[in-house]
Design a binder for this molecule. Sequence first.
Ligand SMILES: [Zn+2]
Length: 436
Amino acid sequence: MNKELRIYRGSVLHFTGDPGVDDKAIRWHEDGLLAVADGRIAAAGDYDVLRRSLPPDAPEHDHRGRIIMPGFIDTHIHYPQTDIIASPAPGLLPWLETYTFPAERKFDDPQHAREVAAFFLDELMRCGTTTALVYCTVHPSSVDAFFMESESRNLRMAAGKIMMDRNCPDFLQDTAEAGAQDCEQLIQRWHKRGRQLYAITPRFAPTSTPLQLQLAGELARAHPDTFVQTHVAENTDEVAWMKALYPDSRSYLDVYDQYGLMRERAMYAHCIWLDDMDRNRMAETGSAAALCPTSNLVLGSGLFDFAAADAAGMPLSVATDVGGGTSFSMLQTMNALYKVARMGGTHLPASRLFYMATLGNARSMRLDGTIGSFVPGAEADFILLDPKATPLLARRTAQVDNLEELLFALAILGDDRAIAATFIAGEAAHLRAANP
Ligand SMILES: [Zn+2]
């Protein structure tokens, strides 16, 4: 770790709150400066004002023309599905049977797991995603492989072993007791080791017995600073299946609630087919929705209801859901999220999209202050965005009149090519080739 102060000059963007609620929450310094020391943020602000207060001999990197902003955070992604991204299927359940389960079977081989984890993390770096909440497979060794690869790169990642003890192929099935014991050992081995964090990960209620969900809930209570992650109310066929399996529950979400799986740091992917009681329960418990628009569109799962979620005050986050999702890029994911919201009558400002992918997602994971913004002392995971990354982006962004137009163009037209560089704890982890 480099202890010396380093200065990065460029346009600096970060958030102190949700610009959808407070338009003063946007921090934009067109000629800005980010100062980093010892892997952490030292200062961020206007170049003219801040430069004078910093040592004159501090090394300075000139990135004028680029946007320096916190790295993106992805709150729902499956690393074992990297190789089946963009697989055709008529809906969620056939997609699981045809592609997902056979791909996950291969993760009983730790070498395969390590190789895929390495590619997956490289791809996140290329897309400017510096933290993700990640599903592994049912195999504990798939979690070890992922965290070893993440730790070797000093990444702040959260991940967990899938718990799945019914309604799945034998080769991917654990048991309630053995699955919970494996999780306990993985928590002891990896949670808060360096920058690694553990997530208790029942795949979804249909593939867990009541006993498995009960044991997952006990783990969630015993380790309140771990994450809980699962899927809920993604698709109408799945909701109907769940109702047959848990006939006494008021709703799909209520199954998780009954087993103590709703709390802060609990991340629920999709949340499309919720009702108002569910939404209120999300808000009351501090559980967060992980919206996965590219996945929801390609699998035809449904359109997330922004207006109802905002009315209930539900914590929201945005995620790719690769491999159901069709892109690792959070810019491409913002593009899809904008359209999903628009179809439901909500106009999401681009500033809110960028907030969600950074500080908003950090808040949903209770990691604000650690990642997602340039508050002094935060971990220095940041990216350089290039508004001229492609000929079309260069042409469009040359015409913008304000920050909102610039960010909207990047969200709609941008992808991995717009990420000029990714820095992890102050060190370069990805530098885009000069001519992508
Ligand atoms: Zn998923």
